[in-house]
Design a protein. Structure first.
Ligand SMILES: Nc1ncnc2c1ncn2[C@@H]1O[C@H](COP(=O)(O)OP(=O)(O)OP(=O)(O)O)[C@@H](O)[C@H]1O
Ligand SMILES: [Mg+2]
Length: 209
């Protein structure tokens, strides 16, 4: 049975697909049989990314498939070491189903209070609906400065949640890499790759504990 990592958020565009792709890429590079389940059947952005990646012959091959529900994705979990659920935004019931299916639920968030407050409310709602708080964690994305990272981390920890070590800084190069079928750990810049990889390794460590 695969370990299951889910990326969820109410807000759109926070980095769910970005992190799902990176963790799947790094797990695959580490020899794990990995599958991304793209649960956003309307947009299918990870399916599109996968096609670009395949067309360009980028290794390692990351397997991506579209599923309508978390339970449909879970039905194939036994064939993999790691199943990555790339969730849709703005769907409370689907988010709860996804969260309940996962060993670890990661919510990416930006650092402004406009991002942090709804992100905390989202996790509070999952806890209230019966999801174990210990399986919830935040990943900081689009960070500008070290001080901004520290403040956001403190806010989320104060609210009672863990925050993965490391963060993704805001960089056009991360977008550019993904446009071309690469993960954010595969940009042209070693320092950016190393920063992204530190966050992804923190995530992988968290599920292998
Ligand atoms: N750290 C970053 N720096 C620059 N661009 C970023 C960063 N993180 C994400 N992006 C870009 O922001 C956009 C939204 O990211 P992404 O698709 O990962 O979010 P999402 O949460 O999956 O969105 P949706 O809710 O629509 O599924 C993408 O174009 C992505 O390349
Ligand atoms: Mg997405």
């Amino acid at each position: 049975m695969a370990a299951v990592i889910a990326f969820v958020s109410q807000k759109g565009g926070v980095g769910k697909s970005t992190l799902a792709r990176a963790v799947a890429r790094e797990a695959a590079a580490g020899g794990l049989q990995t599958k991304i389940a793209d649960l956003d059947t309307q947009q299918g952005t990870s399916v599109d990314w996968h096609r670009t990646r395949m067309d360009s012959g980028i290794e390692p091959v990351v397997s991506v498939e579209s599923y309508k529900t978390a339970s449909q994705a879970l039905a194939v979990a036994k064939h993999f070491d790691l199943l990555v659920l790339d969730g849709p935004a703005r769907t409370s019931q689907a988010t709860l189903d996804i969260a309940k299916s996962a060993d670890l639920v990661v919510q990416p968030t930006g650092a402004s209070l406009d991002d942090l407050r709804p992100a905390v409310r989202e996790f509070h709602a999952l806890v209230k609906a019966g999801v174990d708080r210990g399986r919830l964690t935040f990943a900081l994305n689009r960070i500008g400065t070290d001080a901004e990272e520290a403040d956001a981390r403190a806010f989320l920890e104060e609210a009672g949640y863990s925050v993965l070590e490391g963060c993704l800084v805001e960089r056009a190069s991360y977008r550019k890499a993904q446009n071309a079928g690469f993960a954010v750990t595969e940009t042209r810049y070693a320092a950016l790759n190393a920063r992204a990889d530190a966050l992804i390794q923190a995530l992988i460590d968290r599920i292998s504990r």
